[in-house]
Design a protein around this ligand. Structure first.
Ligand code: NA7
Length: 493
């Protein structure tokens, strides 16, 4: 098929997770339904489709974890598990008829822009070509599981499982299991595996701050109320949102709120951990907020079960039987569970993206990714990103940020249509000023207070997080300031 024979769609979206589906839904509501979504897997759901390990749940209260334009009155718990979140995602796709836009099993291998025509072309590894006037990258920032580079990893003869690629056929009952990694996924997996494994060893490199998690079953009357009076749910949602906003002052900046939250986390350790050695081991040395603050009320108790032990000696090697630590001990296992997170393309893109005059985004981002309002990049007209550079939520619901970005995309697409303009390209000087300001603000955050985290590149550049309140972020996304863009008319001017 030659380019001239390939139909030109209005909007092309990469990824059918929350971001891609939400964008399609809102575009459809605005009367734009010439949409194609390319999805690499055979199912929708993105990160929630992939993260199905036992205990997988959201750290954000469920009432804050749905789109405001499609609330979910049915949440059964104060914090939703991954199953229930997937149910909500399926409901979104079915209730709004979004599946008809999706082409499954199509892994995008490149995106390129034709300046003459003002058209984006996506090609997939499976040989599909899709052309569209606007392109939305909604492939998610944390979608590729990362395995650490430990010598001998391939020699292990037992089962190897990653938190983001769970093996549901494997029976952990009575098995000797190692969990490597104590981040957000590790602390959710450990209490569940501690119920099944005969021996569970948790390999910790760095402990994280962990807050108690008030998880409870929601009363039936609340669901009935939310069904009948959506404004009641909206009001509760607002309250939860503001509570999280107020915590930002401690998590993002080193303020008295930070000290209070840290005292609470220390009290949580004292209350739940009896042994002094273990207390010392699980107490972080970095400031609360520097890495993601975790939520769990059953992780510390699980560590103290008879079948469970925390190991803080560094892992030196893996062999056919298990793990050798720097202490010189070899621990034998039937299964190794990697809760070691994701490879984050901070200084690149997940696939090559070619803009005007053949420029390539990954190489422009070698020294750290930069965008304008995290959504557009100069030289890449009509390209939008969800969870682009510096839109990471440190303290509030990811969906609040996604929603702000979706609204910006919808406004941009409808504005282009109403002005009869071919393309909008953010001005280089505007993008530069925006980033100078961002980096100045980031320098004063706790993320830059001296710990290693996936938020920072090796030389300490933060291309990941947004250094402010979710409210501030959403406010800057409310308006598309045309003066910030170079507008290209259909005649090319
Ligand atoms: P994270 O938060 O990236 O955590 C990965 C964990 O794995 C963390 O504890 C790491 O220790 C540990 N890790 C990585 N490599 C090693 C080696 N070689 N040895 C021992 N331990 C290792 O991933 P999650 O999946 O938990 O969460 C990802 C995000 O998803 C999370 O932030 C939420 O936003 C949702 P380290 O701290 O680097 O010393």
């Amino acid at each position: 098929v030659t380019d001239t024979e390939t139909p030109i769609h209005r909007v092309l979206i990469v990824g059918a997770g929350f971001s891609g589906l939400g964008t399609a839904l809102r575009l459809q509501q605005e009367g734009i339904d010439d949409i194609v979504i390319l999805e690499r897997a055979s199912e929708i759901g993105g990160t929630w489709r992939d993260n199905t390990y036992p205990g997988a749940a959201c750290d954000i209260p469920s009432n804050l974890y749905s789109f405001s334009f499609a609330q979910n009155p049915a949440w059964s718990r104060s914090y939703a598990g991954s199953n229930e979140i997937m149910e909500y995602i399926h409901w979104l796709a079915d209730a709004y008829g979004l599946r008809r836009y999706i082409r499954f099993n199509q892994r995008v291998q490149g995106l390129s822009y034709d300046s003459e025509e003002g058209i984006w072309t996506a090609t997939t590894e499976q040989g599909e070509t899709v052309r569209a006037r606007q392109a939305v990258m909604a492939q998610g920032p944390l979608s590729n599981p990362s395995y650490p580079n430990i010598p001998g990893l391939n020699d292990f003869q037992g089962r190897v499982v990653h938190s983001a690629d769970w093996d549901h056929d494997y029976d952990f009952n009575g098995k000797r299991v190692a969990v490597i990694g104590t981040g957000a996924s590790g602390v959710q997996i450990v209490p569940e595996l501690a119920k099944q494994a005969s021996k569970l060893r948790v390999f910790q490199r760095t402990p994280c701050w962990i807050m108690p998690r008030l998880d409870f079953r929601k009363p039936e009357w609340q669901k009935t109320l939310f069904n009948k009076v959506p404004s009641a749910q909206a009001a509760i949602r607002k309250g939860l949102f503001l509570a999280h906003e107020s915590m930002a002052t401690g998590i993002i900046w080193d303020t008295p709120v930070n000290n209070a939250l840290e005292r609470l986390a220390r009290a949580h350790i004292r209350h739940q951990v009896k042994d002094r050695w273990l207390r010392r081991q699980v107490t972080p040395e970095f400031k609360l907020g520097c890495k993601r603050v975790l939520m769990s009320s059953d992780y510390y108790p699980a560590l103290q079960q008879d079948n469970c032990e925390l190991i803080t000696w560094p892992i030196v090697a893996i062999n056919e039987n298990g793990i050798r630590t720097a202490e010189g001990i070899e621990h034998q296992f039937d299964c190794l569970v990697f809760a070691t997170g994701f490879s984050v393309p901070k200084t690149g893109t997940p696939f090559p993206v070619y803009g005007e005059n053949g420029r390539e985004l990954g190489s422009e981002w070698e020294k750290g990714a930069q965008a304008y309002k995290s959504i557009n990049v100069a030289g890449y007209p009509n390209l939008f990103m969800i969870f682009g550079p510096n839109s990471g939520p440190g303290h509030n619901s990811a969906l609040v940020y996604i929603e702000a970005q979706i609204e910006y995309i919808v406004k941009s697409v409808t504005t282009l249509r109403s002005l009869g303009v071919k393309a909008m390209d953010v001005r280089e000087d505007v993008q530069k000023r925006h980033n100078q300001h961002l980096q100045k603000r980031l320098a004063r955050t706790t993320w830059n207070s001296g710990c290693n985290s996936w938020y920072l590149t090796e030389d300490g550049f933060n291309a990941t997080m947004y250094p402010g309140f979710a409210t501030q972020y959403a406010r800057q996304m409310k308006q598309v300031r045309l003066e910030d863009y170079r507008l290209v008319s259909s005649t090319g001017q």
